[in-house]
Design a protein. Sequence first.
Length: 129
Amino acid sequence: MRNWIRNVTLGLAIVGASALSSCIVTSSSGNPTGTSYSFGHLEGVVNGTPQNVVKAATSVLEEQEMQEITQAATGLDGKVNAKTALGTNIGITVNKKDETTCKLSIKVGNFGDHQISTDLYEKIKAKLP
C-alpha cells in the first residue's frame, strides 16, 4: 500500500513539474536579446537609472494609451502600473543592478503575455541611452 501511495505521489509530482516547464521560455528565438521569460515575467537588463527607466516605461505606456498609469521611483528601484482598455493589469518593476544598469521586469495580466511584454520591453529600451 505504501509503494502505491509513493508511486502516485511521484507521478503527480512529475506531471506537475512538466506543467510548470511550459511556463518557461528558454530559447532566445522568441525573446529580445539578453532577456528571459518565465512564469509570465519578461526580464532583462537595460541601461539607465531606476528613475530614467521608470520615466521611459511611463512614456511608452502613455503612447500606447494605457489607463490608470501610476509610477514611483527611487535611486534603488521603481515601478509602473497601468491597465489596458479591457482592464488587464500591466506591471513593470525596475531594480538597480549597478551604477549604469537596471533589471527590468514586465508582467501583463495574471499569467503574462509574451508578445505584449516583448513589445513593451523593446519600446522602453529604445527610449534609453
